[in-house]
Design a protein around this ligand. Structure first.
Ligand code: KG4
Ligand code: ZN
Length: 341
């Protein structure tokens, strides 16, 4: 794919949810630019992402982001070797803007088109920090996903466990609404949790069960019931303690099950990825517990700015796909329910 090119450069496009992002990545491991236009202020007043609003923003932002990414990376179109794009999972209208922009740009400039799974992108954000040491276990925690993914080599994914109901980020956002916080509330709950203590002792769902699945809807219900009952009785609850109790429950289960999966599958490296990987409580507990229980397993967590949605991670995953000669045809379509395996 990079024949005749001096450098191995990929232009990457991400538009699966509420971030329009375009990046230029070299060798799959070096970020030359990573432009992110967030729409979060437009969605906040609705308490969640409104798909039609998201699509409209992507249309408005995408061309400017593409131009800016090339300028910031100081490369021209003729330097590029290919165009990588997220084609799923995500909001269909949002995905279609990125896919259409990528197809048009690649066609016009005679560049190969590389289809990328958004969740693979989240995992590959870790490759900007450390080279992968297979076998790898990845804990994928975002607004829509909570999965344990086993990788024996690049681009190979086996989902060994997943949530049976809500995703971890979704639980954070729903609980945040009950606490009167604005969307998305993961970051704010994380900050509050560090000021409080685990005094309400919520359940640790499925922690001891002999599988690698998760469940967060029972925790969410316990939380909502506690708050409603207190309101009816006129009792006051302590918000920072509520946040700390909720966070401890989520983090305890994620950490215990992930470390057990690492042990059972005898992996060399653990990657934590997705928006919830930005959680300080999760980062701290996983680092501490892994060091004690499995000190030989290397822990890699992307820096905060690469945990959320961004196109650089799509460029990193796209580089792997391109090396495997996985290219898309010109009829590539958005796949809202695309899975990793
Ligand atoms: O990966 P992401 O940016 O988008 C999806 O692909 O879903 O993840 C967004 C999710 C939201 O639910 C947000 O509340 C959560 O990540 N999040 C956090 C933190 N920062 C973002 N959850 C817990 N703690 C955080 N610090
Ligand atoms: Zn994401």
């Amino acid at each position: 794919m990079f024949k005749g090119k001096k450098r191995r450069l990929i232009l990457a496009i991400e538009s699966s949810c509420d971030e329009t992002s375009v990046a230029v990545v070299e060798d799959g491991t070096k970020i030359l630019s990573n432009i992110i236009a967030s729409q979060i202020n437009s969605h906040k007043r609705f308490g969640g992402v409104v798909p039609e609003v998201a699509s409209r923003h992507h249309v408005e932002q995408i061309i400017g982001c593409m131009e800016e990414a090339l300028v910031e990376a100081k490369v021209s179109v003729t330097d590029l070797g290919g165009v990588a794009v997220t084609y799923g999972p995500g909001l269909v209208g949002a995905l279609l803007i990125g896919v259409t922009a990528a197809k048009s740009f690649a066609w016009a400039n005679q560049l190969p088109l590389i289809p990328v799974n958004h969740m693979a992108g989240h995992i590959y954000a870790a490759r900007f920090v450390d080279e992968f040491q297979f076998p790898v276990m990845a804990l994928l925690v975002s607004g829509g996903h909570t999965e344990l993914v086993y990788m024996k080599e690049h681009g190979s994914y086996e989902i060994i466990g997943e949530t049976r109901d809500d995703a971890a980020g979704e639980a954070y956002d729903k609980v945040g609404r009950v606490l009167g916080l604005s969307y998305p509330s993961g970051k704010e709950i994380d900050e509050m949790a560090h000021l409080g203590a685990d005094t309400y002792h919520f359940p640790r769902a499925m922690m001891k069960e002999d599988n690698f699945d998760f469940s967060f809807s029972g925790l969410k219900s316990s939380f909502i019931n506690l708050v409603h009952n207190a309101e009816q009785r006129g009792e006051t609850l302590i918000p920072v303690d509520l946040a700390a109790s909720f966070q401890h429950s989520v983090v305890d289960v994620l950490t215990a099950k992930t470390i057990r999966a690492c042990r059972d599958y005898q992996v060399n490296q653990l990657i934590i990825a997705g928006g919830v990987a930005a959680n300080k409580g999760l980062r701290e507990k996983m680092t501490e517990d892994l060091a004690v229980q499995l000190p030989t397993v290397k822990l890699t967590i992307p820096p905060l700015n690469l945990c959320g949605d961004n196109a650089a991670m799509i460029g990193a995953a796209g580089f792997i796909e391109a090396n495997k000669q996985h290219f898309a045809r010109w009829d590539l379509n958005a796949k809202p329910s695309l899975t990793l395996a």
